[in-house]
Design a protein around this ligand. Sequence first.
Ligand SMILES: C[S@@+](CC[C@H](N)C(=O)[O-])C[C@H]1O[C@@H](n2cnc3c(N)ncnc32)[C@H](O)[C@@H]1O
Length: 176
Amino acid sequence: MPTDYEKIYQGQRHALGEPTEAFVTFFDQYDQQNADVLDVGCGQGRDALFIARRGHHVVGVDRAATGISQLLEDAQAEGLRIDGIVADLRHFEPVGTYDVVIIDRTLHMLDADMRLDVLTRVCPCVCDDGFVLIADEKSNLAAMRAFFEADNHTWVTLKDKQGFLFLQKRTFPAPS
Ligand SMILES: C[S@@+](CC[C@H](N)C(=O)[O-])C[C@H]1O[C@@H](n2cnc3c(N)ncnc32)[C@H](O)[C@@H]1O
């Protein structure tokens, strides 16, 4: 049975409109070239497309096969470096490492425990000094904040307001 988003994507290209402004601002200030970016729950790729247009390589994951195929069509038409994976985030295990992981309004679609389960599987693939950028319902962010505070890595909070939680994974040198 098609999911709600599968039906939305079948009915309309670019259904979610422009990229999320806070993510655009982050990439305006991000000075790394050729970064590897994972877009978790990418949908039709409104974020993945603008990030790839800046020269980065993006892997987008979503269970809506139509969203992924539209994303890949757009990427091919523009010659962008985007790979797509059709997968259910409840079981998805990322492979490799990423400079930036973005999760734009996807985690609220999962049960509360599963949101943290996804973070548990995805955050280890963020490289040292890499970033996790989350947009979600404000009421869901407290549990995510607590997740990062309890993690073994040191996460520096860059933005925590208006439904955005942006963090950087820092590995500080051991004291001599
Ligand atoms: C609100 S849309 C956001 C899409 C995209 N991040 C954006 O901002 O345009 C939520 C997305 O999460 C995806 N999604 C929801 N539950 C999922 C699951 N269990 N596994 C994979 N994708 C899922 C939906 O298919 C949909 O594309």
